[in-house]
Design a protein around this ligand. Structure first.
Ligand code: GAR
Length: 193
């Protein structure tokens, strides 16, 4: 199979991003080509540095009002984009340039608990406050609306009676690490759609 190069977009800590760096280190046909962030303080940038992965930080203006990010992705010969804790909507020029090759992970069972402003612990708090017995993860294609692209994969986990957002987040993160890189590998290999 021809080489595929992923760009990871992350806004914060980047533990999922690091799982990708680890999983695809020395992979036969998938490489990590770059880590991009809207946040110059994102710890994800340091994690990328440690793996020798090129980083790119962009401003809101350049992301939404220019083709700079798209140009950077082309220069790096990126074939697919993985959002891993990335909090901004992806603009049309990138959605169009990477049609059906942009993926996101959401820390809940979509279509519930998705949409603008639903990220990280805000999602977990809402799940707990609504008395849900289960939460989980959703891996999906990205389109021009928050969390509405076609679902590729979901896995659930229990919500325990004494869960706080932080304890549920730990369980959800474990699910994310166990599945996200593998599911993307299978999508790129054509094993699942
Ligand atoms: C992850 O749990 C991811 O599912 C979530 O942000 C976290 C990032 O953690 N994404 C969203 O909430 C998107 N709406 P990380 O920076 O440690 O990978």
């Amino acid at each position: 199979m021809a080489e595929n190069k992923l760009a990871i977009f992350a806004s914060g800590s980047g533990t999922n991003a690091e799982e990708f760096f680890r999983y695809f280190n020395h992979h036969p046909f998938i490489k990590i080509g770059a880590l991009l962030s809207n946040n110059p303080e994102a710890f994800a940038l340091k994690r990328a540095d440690n793996y020798g992965i090129p980083v790119n930080v962009f401003s809101k203006n350049s992301f939404y009002k220019s083709d700079e990010t798209l140009k950077y992705l082309r220069i790096k010969e990126i074939s697919h984009i993985v959002l891993a804790g990335f909090m901004w909507l992806v603009p049309e020029n990138i959605i169009y340039g990477y049609k059906n090759r942009i993926y996101n992970i959401h820390p809940a069972l979509l279509p519930k608990y998705g949409g603008k402003g639903m990220y990280g612990d805000i999602v977990h708090r809402a799940v707990i406050e609504n008395g849900e017995s289960y939460s989980g993860i959703t891996i999906h294609y990205v389109n021009n609306k928050f969390d509405e692209g076609k679902i590729i994969f979901q896995e659930k986990c229990p919500v325990l009676h004494d869960d706080k957002p932080e304890s549920l987040a730990v369980r959800i993160h474990q699910l994310e690490y166990a599945h996200y890189p593998r599911v993307i590998e299978e999508v790129i290999s054509g094993k699942i759609q």
